[in-house]
Design a protein. Structure first.
Length: 106
């Protein structure tokens, strides 16, 4: 028996037993494909749903918040300080991403 046929049988069985009813996101379109690896994105989503947020995600949120702060600043000294903080967060993010790539051998 081919894997495709086996998978199709399992899906039909699960449908008949009602195991696929009321799934999260049912009836909604699939999200658009993002950048990067699908397995990596799925891993991040599972971790987020479990309440474990990877350092990369925290840094991306901090970077976004700092960018919004930069837009509101008008004083040159404050902007310079915020830009230095933005650069430091960005460097930390790149370091985390590179460490992950090296760990997974990508």
């Amino acid at each position: 028996m081919k894997f495709r046929d086996l998978a199709e049988r399992q899906i039909l069985k699960a449908q008949a037993e009602g195991q696929l009813d009321d799934l999260k996101g049912a009836g909604k379109p699939l999200p658009p494909p993002g950048h990067g690896d699908f397995a990596e994105a799925a891993g991040f989503r599972i971790m987020a749903e479990a309440g474990a947020v990877p350092k990369e995600i925290e840094l991306k949120k901090a970077l976004k918040a700092k960018a919004q702060e930069l837009q509101s600043l008008t004083d040159p000294a404050d902007r310079k300080r915020a830009m230095a903080e933005f650069a430091a967060i960005q460097q930390d993010l790149h370091t985390q991403e590179e460490a992950r790539r090296r760990f997974y051998g990508a």
